[in-house]
Write a protein that binds this ligand. Structure first.
Ligand code: HEC
Ligand code: HEC
Length: 309
């Protein structure tokens, strides 16, 4: 073992050891005075700041003075220095927004005058409409119909081909613009299934029978004798809206009862509740809140997902 451990060697020698050859000679040759500070043999040289550093520093000072003259810089009491170039971040955003508007205005103008069919027939307009409709949907409709438009109990799925009020472009447009059972809009879609128990139109026993009959339409478990007793009750009280065969009626927003799609659920209790108390789902009208172009965009977006018939 060497008797020369790092502890008893001079730190300056250790530094010299690790330096490359050409710098070694420089360190050795430099004969700067020191500040007199010394820790564990490490001395503090009293060297001037390197030239390049000093010049960089002067340049940054010059740059900042130039910057303060050219650009907004110094806050004053109620205002700030504007700078000779007159640049402002607010103006820049405004310019970007108006450039984006200009780029869109071509489409927005075209959407304003085009009929729904014309929009659908024009690929560029259609892309613009569906994309715009998608973002308007995300802002206005997700809270009720869900982010994927799949709906939930009481809120219809907008992706499927089952429509309460119709799935043509015109139907969807009317629904979105004027809403459903929305009092504030005189053109709102309207219909009212009677609350058969609450309004004392049917007895509880009748309702149970007709509920069995309703479940029979779509092949769900039911009591056949109750269902056959329910057939007449259905014909008398329900067929006017839901149709003889329970296929529903889009004029009245009466759901098809003979398919697998249920607005309020297919469970026996849920059907009994609907018949007893009715539901009267409300969908707001959007014509008062959104411009016509946006409603057209929403229509195209919904139609592109589950439109049809
Ligand atoms: C406050 C909840 C709510 C909001 C928000 C809402 N809806 Fe609805 N929507 C409903 C309800 C409830 C119904 C079903 C009403 C009924 O029972 O007939 C419905 C029905 C519809 C229908 C008819 C479906 C069919 O089968 O005929 C369409 C289309 C529709 N909504 C689109 C939209 C669009 C587009 C938006 C956003 C601009 C939107 N809704 C926002 C509650 C809402
Ligand atoms: C005036 C028209 C009308 C009449 C009459 C009517 N309904 Fe309805 N029915 C509707 C409407 C509209 C809905 C949608 C729910 C709502 O908004 O109340 C509905 C919903 C339903 C539902 C829920 C369907 C689902 O998908 O969840 C059932 C079940 C139903 N009706 C059964 C009946 C039965 C049984 C009768 C007769 C005893 C009847 N309805 C009479 C209009 C009618």
């Amino acid at each position: 073992m060497s008797n020369k451990t790092p502890h008893d060697s001079n730190p300056q020698d250790i530094i010299l050891d690790v330096l490359p050859e050409h710098e070694k000679s420089q360190v050795a040759a430099d004969d700067y005075s020191t500040t007199g500070h010394e820790w564990d043999g490490i001395k503090e040289f009293d060297k001037p700041i390197p030239r390049w550093w000093l010049w960089t520093y002067y340049l940054t000072v010059l740059f900042s003075i130039g910057y303060m003259i050219a650009y907004p810089a110094i806050p004053l009491v109620n205002d700030y220095t504007k700078g000779l170039l007159g640049w402002s971040s607010r103006d820049m955003v405004e310019q970007e927004i108006s450039a984006a508007r200009l780029a869109q205005s071509k489409y927005i103008d075209a959407m304003q005058t085009a009929s729904l069919e014309e929009v659908a027939g024009n690929e560029e307009l259609m892309t613009f409409a569906v994309e715009g409709g998608k973002s308007a949907y995300a802002v206005n409709c997700v809270q009720c119909h869900g982010s994927g438009a799949t709906g939930s109990k009481g809120y219809p799925n907008l992706n499927d081909d089952e429509w309460l009020w119709g799935g043509t472009m015109e139907d969807i447009y009317t629904t979105v613009a004027h809403g459903i059972r929305f009092d504030e809009d005189d053109d709102s879609r309207y219909s009212e299934m009677p609350a058969f128990l609450t309004d004392e139109i049917l007895e509880k026993a009748d309702i149970i029978q007709v509920a069995h009959f309703v479940r029979a339409f779509s092949g769900l478990d039911h009591d056949p004798s109750a269902a056959s007793a329910g057939a007449e009750i259905f014909a008398d009280n329900c067929a006017a809206c839901h149709g003889e065969e329970g296929k529903g009626d889009q004029e009245q927003g009466a759901p098809n009862l003979a398919d697998a799609v249920w607005l309020y659920g297919s469970e026996f209790d849920s059907i009994v509740t609907t018949i007893s108390a009715s539901r009267k789902g409300v969908m707001p009208a959007w014509a008062h809140r959104l411009d016509d172009t946006t409603i057209k965009q929403l229509t195209m977006f919904i139609h592109s997902r589950g439109g049809g018939q």
